[in-house]
Design a protein around this ligand. Structure first.
Ligand SMILES: Cc1ncc(COP(=O)(O)O)c(C=O)c1O
Length: 389
């Protein structure tokens, strides 16, 4: 019913993915598949709602109305069986902004913050730029999927007096959807050692097969006392440019500290268009999401089959969630510079190189698969040209 095959020309729109090729010194005919936004148009209902508001002509100060909170509450309940209250929701400009606010609100300079590795690199920046210490917990890769080493995690927390854990659920870039017992192990360790958990759930709507997204708050009632959940409509509906996230903080003290920090940095005014887009998305665009998820999953299947058939030395890590494919190139025997050069110059693909996600990422590449099938087919042929034996 929706046309995800449409190739939308995004050039000339100040588009981070398509309009920065030259500025980043990439070959000019490169196909960009790096940054995590989609090449699909957002649902028509969102366009209509934004156009209607724009046509009114006055763009003054604004606030988040009750309908916005109702829309967020209803979406979380319908899609994730997640019960939240209006007063828990703090609209914030972006999830990365929210992570940085949390770091400032809940830790002080030099405090230790633990993250899994490899992981979405702005986690590192959020810690480093605020002069906190990064403690790494490397994931264990076995038989095409990742597991956490809980013993090493707890040891690192104790030895480094860790104050905070930033958890990615589902997990970018490795595509893992955490299971309830895994989240429980994490939660219990963090509770025991008084570690605050910042849970980035921005990819919550992208799960496949038998996997279900489990909001961290749903694992145990007590987790509300020491965690903050970061959500947004931006990945699901392709709204990143509107910089709107829905931050969920049940604990009143934690919420107050977060809001005070927002105030201190002057980021407590919502983007009025983002609020409209969010409400419309959650209230009117569910069918679009279901079809989009099927389309993206079919892209994963196409990609996986293509690799198995034509490039069996390159392996797609089994996707449990996300629209980002995490691909293992280690059997190609190239070091990180050679792999990057081959990808750009021989394949003509601009990807997020695995090594930028830190320890354990080297030799992998992250492919954005929220693209029309014809573009994916082109990408596969480019890979074949460069890596075919
Ligand atoms: C795990 C994760 N968190 C946050 C973001 C970005 O969120 P925002 O654009 O709202 O800052 C991304 C984008 O790729 C992401 O993958």
């Amino acid at each position: 019913m929706f046309d995800f095959d449409e190739v939308v020309d995004r050039k000339g729109t100040n588009c981070a993915k398509w309009d920065t090729i030259e500025a980043n010194n990439k070959p000019k005919d490169v196909l960009p598949m790096w940054v995590a936004d989609m090449d699909f148009k957002s649902p028509k209902e969102i366009e209509n709602a934004l156009v209607k508001r724009i046509r009114q002509g006055v763009y003054g100060y604004s606030f988040a109305p009750d309908e916005y909170f109702d829309a967020v509450i209803s979406w979380m309940k319908r899609r994730h069986d997640f019960d939240i209250k209006k007063e828990w929701i703090v609209p914030t400009p972006g999830v990365v902004t929210a992570i940085k606010l949390c770091v400032n609100a809940y830790t002080k300079e030099n405090d230790a913050i633990i993250i899994n590795k490899p992981v979405y690199y702005p986690f590192d920046f959020s810690i480093e730029l605020n002069h906190r210490r990064i403690i790494e917990n490397e994931m264990v890769y076995k038989e095409n999927s990742y597991e956490m080493d809980y013993v090493a995690f707890e040891k690192a927390i104790v030895e480094n007096d860790v104050r905070m854990f930033i958890l990615c659920n589902p997990y970018n870039p490795i595509g893992k959807v955490w299971k309830e017992d895994e989240l429980k192990q994490i939660g219990e360790i963090c509770k025991k050692h008084h570690v605050l958990v910042i849970v980035d759930e921005i990819h919550e709507d992208f799960v496949y097969g038998d996997h279900i997204h489990i909001p961290f708050y749903n694992v145990d009632e007590s987790y509300k006392e020491f965690s903050v959940v970061l959500t947004a409509p931006s990945k699901t509906f392709n709204l990143a440019g509107l910089q709107t996230s829905n931050i969920i903080i049940a604990d009143e003290k934690l919420r107050k500290a977060y809001q005070e920090t927002m105030n201190r940095y002057g980021v407590n005014e919502p983007n009025f268009l983002g609020i409209i887009a969010c409400m419309t998305a959650y209230n009117e665009c569910e069918l679009w999401v279901d079809e989009m998820l099927e389309y993206v999953y079919d892209n994963f299947t196409y990609f996986d089959e293509f690799l198995k058939e034509n490039l069996p030395h390159i392996h797609l890590v089994k996707p449990e969630g996300l629209y980002l494919g995490w691909v293992d190139f280690r059997e190609c025997g190239l070091n990180k510079d050679e792999l990057e050069k081959t990808m750009l110059e021989k394949a003509g693909l601009w990807l997020d190189e695995g090594y930028i996600f830190g320890t354990g990422g080297e030799g992998f590449e992250r492919f954005n698969l929220a693209i029309p099938r014809s573009v994916l087919e082109d990408a596969c042929q480019r890979l074949l040209k460069a890596f075919g034996k």
